[in-house]
Write a protein that binds this ligand. Structure first.
Ligand code: NAD
Length: 393
C-alpha cells in the first residue's frame, strides 16, 4: 500500500534538530506507521550553517527564514526546535497556514502563550503534539500500564528529581537557556517541565503547589550554545542571569497523592539524572533515565521473605514500543524515545487526532510551571486551577 507521506519542515538544527532528524530517518526502519515522515526542508538564519546541517542531517532543502516554510505547499508538518521564545510565534503562524505542528518543550514561556497556541491549532483543525519524549521510554510506558491496571493501588506519593550539573562552572557562558526573555524560566521550565509532565502522565492532575527558586551564579560571561549542552563565550563581556539555577516544589494532586520535586543544574556528578519513585497502597516503582531500560518494581503481593524491589529490563514484547526494536535484553537509548513519540505523531496525522502530549497538555503543564513561579515569588501555596485561562474554544 502507498503510505501517506508527511513532508516535514523543521526550524532550528542544533541539539534537538539532530535528535529529531535522526528520529524521522529511523522511524520507518522500526515502525509500520500509517504515515511516514519525509525530511523536506530545514530552516535556520545562517546560510552556511543551515546548508551544512541540511546535508549532514538528511534534509532535501533549506531556507534562511522560517516563514518561507509556512508559505511552501510542499510542507505538511512544522517542527519547532528553536529556543522557547519562538515557540508561540511560530506555532500560531504555522497553524494559521494550515500546517500540523510539533513543538519542543516547554510548549511556551507563559500560560497566555500556551493558551494562544492551543487555540490556534484548535481553530485550524490541524494535528499537534509537543515533545515530552521521556513518556515514550518503554519502562515509563510500562509503569503507566501497571498504574492504570491498578497493580499499585491508590497512589500516595511521587518523588521526582531532574538533576544536572552542566552550568556549575561560574565561567560557563550566559546562553539563551539562562535568559528569561528567551527561555521563560531556567531549570524549572527546562528540566522541571519534563518531571512534571511525567507526574501528570503517571499520577494525574496537579491541584496545589508551593515552591522555591534560586539563582546561585548571578553573572556570567556572555556566549552562545554550540551544540548539545556545550557553549562558547563571545568575549569578555559579563551578563546577568535572570532565571533559576535550581527549583524545588511540593504538590498536592487532585486524586489526593502528594508530590515532592527538585530540578537543578547544580547537582554535581549528575549529568542527566531524571528520576522518579511512585508509592501506592499495593506497590512501588522507580525509574532513572540513566538506566532507562530498567524499571524497579516492588509488589506487596509477593511472597513474604522474597519481597523487595526487582529490576525489570523493559525490552520484552510486553513492554510498549520495545517489540519494534531488538530481541529482549538488546537495549535502546535516549534517541529512541523520539522515534517512539514520532510514531504516535504519524499515526495521529494519518488518523486526524492529536496524541498526548499535545498542546492541551502543554497548556496544563504551563499552568503548573507558572503556579510554581508564583508560589516562589509570594511564598504561598498556589491553586493551579486559579491560573486556568479563559478558554475561547
Ligand atoms: N526534549 C528534550 O529532551 C529536549 C532537550 C533539549 C532541548 N529541548 C528543547 O528544544 C528546543 C531547542 O533546544 P536545543 O537544545 O536544540 O537548542 P540549541 O541552542 O541547540 O538549538 C536551537 C536552534 O534554533 C535555531 N534558531 C534560533 N533562533 C532562530 C530563528 N529566529 N530562526 C531559525 N532558527 C533559529 C538556532 O540556530 C539553533 O539551530 C528548546 O525549546 C529546548 O527546551 C528539549
Amino acid at each position: 500500500m502507498h503510505k501517506n507521506r508527511i513532508r516535514v519542515g523543521m526550524i532550528g538544527y542544533k541539539f534537538m534538530g539532530k535528535a529529531h532528524s535522526h528520529a524521522y530517518r529511523d522511524l520507518p526502519f522500526f515502525f509500520d506507521t500509517e504515515a511516514v515522515p519525509v525530511q523536506q526542508a530545514v530552516a535556520g538564519r545562517d546560510r552556511i550553517g543551515v546548508e551544512k546541517a541540511a546535508k549532514q542531517l538528511g534534509w532535501a532543502s533549506f531556507e534562511t527564514d522560517w516563514r518561507r516554510l509556512l508559505e511552501r505547499d510542499d510542507i505538511d508538518l512544522i517542527d519547532i526546535v528553536t529556543p522557547n521564545n519562538l515557540h508561540a510565534e511560530i506555532a500560531v503562524a504555522a497553524a494559521e497556514a494550515g500546517k500540523h505542528v510539533v513543538c519542543e518543550k516547554p510548549l511556551a514561556m507563559t500560560v497566555d502563550q500556551a493558551r494562544r497556541m492551543a487555540e490556534a491549532v484548535h481553530k485550524a483543525g490541524t494535528v499537534h503534539m509537543f515533545c515530552h519524549n521521556y513518556r515514550f521510554a518503554p519502562a515509563v510506558q510500562f509503569a503507566k500500564k501497571l498504574i492504570d491496571e491498578g497493580r499499585l493501588g491508590r497512589i500516595y506519593h511521587i518523588r521526582g528529581q531532574y538533576l544536572q550539573d552542566w552550568i556549575m562552572d561560574p565561567q560557563f557562558p550566559l546562553v539563551w537557556r539562562q535568559r528569561k526573555e528567551m527561555t521563560g524560566s531556567g531549570a524549572l521550565g527546562d528540566i522541571g517541565a519534563h518531571m512534571l509532565d511525567l507526574a501528570r502522565f503517571l499520577v494525574g492532575e496537579f491541584a496545589d503547589v508551593v515552591g522555591m527558586m534560586e539563582t546561585f551564579i548571578k553573572k556570567r560571561p556572555v556566549g552562545e550554545m554550540s551544540g548539545g549542552l556545550n557553549a562558547r563565550a563571545d568575549g569578555g563581556k559579563m551578563g546577568d542571569v535572570d532565571v533559576d539555577d535550581a527549583s524545588a516544589f511540593m504538590a498536592r494532586f487532585e486524586n489526593g497523592a502528594l508530590g515532592v520535586f527538585e530540578a537543578t543544574r547544580f547537582a554535581g556528578g549528575n549529568r542527566n539524572g531524571n528520576r522518579f519513585e511512585i508509592n501506592g497502597e499495593k506497590g512501588s516503582i522507580r525509574w532513572d533515565l540513566e538506566n532507562m531500560n530498567d524499571l524497579e518494581v516492588y509488589l506487596e503481593e509477593d511472597e513474604a521473605g522474597l519481597q523487595g524491589f526487582r529490576t525489570v529490563n523493559c525490552t520484552e514484547e510486553e513492554h510498549p514500543y520495545a517489540g519494534a526494536y531488538w530481541p529482549p535484553g538488546h537495549i535502546i537509548g535516549y534517541e529512541h524515545t523520539f522515534i517512539n513519540l514520532f510514531s504516535e505523531l504519524m499515526n495521529g496525522i494519518a488518523g486526524g487526532y492529536s496524541p498526548s502530549p499535545n498542546f492541551e497538555d502543554g497548556l496544563r503543564n504551563q499552568m503548573v510551571l507558572e503556579a510554581v513561579e508564583k508560589s516562589a515569588q509570594s511564598g504561598k501555596w498556589i491553586r493551579v486551577s486559579d491560573l486556568k485561562p479563559v478558554s475561547h474554544y
